[in-house]
Design a protein. Sequence first.
Length: 496
Amino acid sequence: MWPGPTGPNAWLRLVLVFTEVPLAANHARRFDSTEGPALAYCPPLVSIGALPPDCELETLLQEGMMLSFYGHVEEMEWALADASEAGRITSDIANAMLSFAESLSLMLCMGRFRCVYPTKEEFESAWNFSCEQLLSRAPPNFPWISTEPCSAGNELMEVMSLVMQRLRYNFGLPGRLARYPLDVAPACDGVKEPDVIQRWPFMSLNGTFGQYVVSTTQTPFMDIFDRFRELRQVMPSELIVVNLGAHDGACKDGAVVKDVANCAFDLGARGVAVEGLTLASTLEGRWKDVLVHVGYVSPANVTEIVGTALSRLAAKHVDLLKIDFDHADCFFAEALLRHGLAPAFMVVEYNRIFPPPIRFKERFSEAKAGRMGQSWMDGKRSQHWSGCSMQAWHDTAAAHGYELLQATLFDLTFLHQNVKHLDLGLDSLNGWPSSIFNTWLASAYCFAPSRRLYGHQAFASLDLRALPELPADDRCALAARWWSSEGQTSQSELYC
Ligand SMILES: *[C@@H]1O[C@H](CO)[C@@H](O)[C@H](O)[C@H]1NC(C)=O
Ligand SMILES: *[C@@H]1O[C@H](CO)[C@@H](O)[C@H](O)[C@H]1NC(C)=O
Ligand SMILES: *[C@@H]1O[C@H](CO)[C@@H](O)[C@H](O)[C@H]1NC(C)=O
């Protein structure tokens, strides 16, 4: 391997320092929607399936350190999203900083993937181009301390602490979700910030520089479920819930709802809780009328296990099926629905990496089922290839009479057509196929910090920005190329 333009660790000493830059002043955008997208993909798309042999090892060796850098960029996005919602920054500044963060992330990635470039010159010219992009996205009057901004300067942590401090002042501005700006997210053109006044805490992060909470404008499922119960005129204890993947039984973590089925159990719903991990022992005896199944299940035996428990409870119907096994989830749903389970609602986790119309389904694997959650790093590395994509879920559910009611960054809520007549105060997200792609953009892609959440991008050998930005046919072809290059064809299905 040849060294980079300024030595092997040039990317470490990247750029930038906010000394006395008045973030609140003079922040005209230098890009508008007609000028983007100017950012390159990292690694370049031509390298998918064609990584030089020693390159994989080289990128792997840098992983630990890169994760900590990516983590800081991610925290910056959380802080921006939190500040934007709380009215502490203007949308112009949020846009400029998100654009800057994307550019910064690209430089980090290029430093790590330099070995994919065939020659030193090719790498240098790509690097120089991305450096210009970074400079053009920096706030005006940015005091570059180096004459060679992308090869020397202070470290990322220092930049972070300066940025973070500036996000603390309260300007009392109107709060809004932080949408990625069009110069780094052209596919988000036309995706409107939801025009809803009320927000609910949705996820939280305890970072190095503070705690952040970002919210959702989706009606919380527990409110929908409660309205359903009132319209049906039943008591909470008359509701039947099946929870596949009950984890430790908790409903919330702080203010954030983690598991709607556990919440329903807390309110008195009866039903079945299934959990295979060792923490399932904490579930025994937790709820009076909930049967707990501890142990792994498969699509081949889930119907019998759930069916037996439901008949012990003399349950005639199911109101909610929640699935979050992080493994082949839609195959479990398919098995249950095919055998006649027809819950009013399904709340399921989905794989948000793959935009519609890509149908991705992880197959059930005996070997994987027993290892779930045991190795954090392995889990992270392979999380692109777990679960089922939005389109795959949509198809599975639609084939059994369900419509998509809501989508968040993590979950999809489906409603059975038999209860469609109830006035739940929401319309289902009909339409095909463009509207489901728009649903994906709005829930999984266009609002910070979803793109970088929990290291998805860091472990991908594909720049995930490329999928939504390409037209649907190319999107599918690229996903398929990535899928086979990572040796996933025997473990999962991917088609359009
Ligand atoms: C990249 O930029 C450096 C510093 O400005 C310059 O010396 C070098 O020639 C450039 N390389 C290419 C390939 O453009
Ligand atoms: C963050 O820290 C607070 C206490 O400072 C704790 O209550 C909360 O559970 C933590 N949240 C996460 C997501 O770790
Ligand atoms: C269900 O299948 C899983 C995976 O094959 C197996 O580990 C488990 O023992 C089975 N459970 C029952 C009750 O048959």
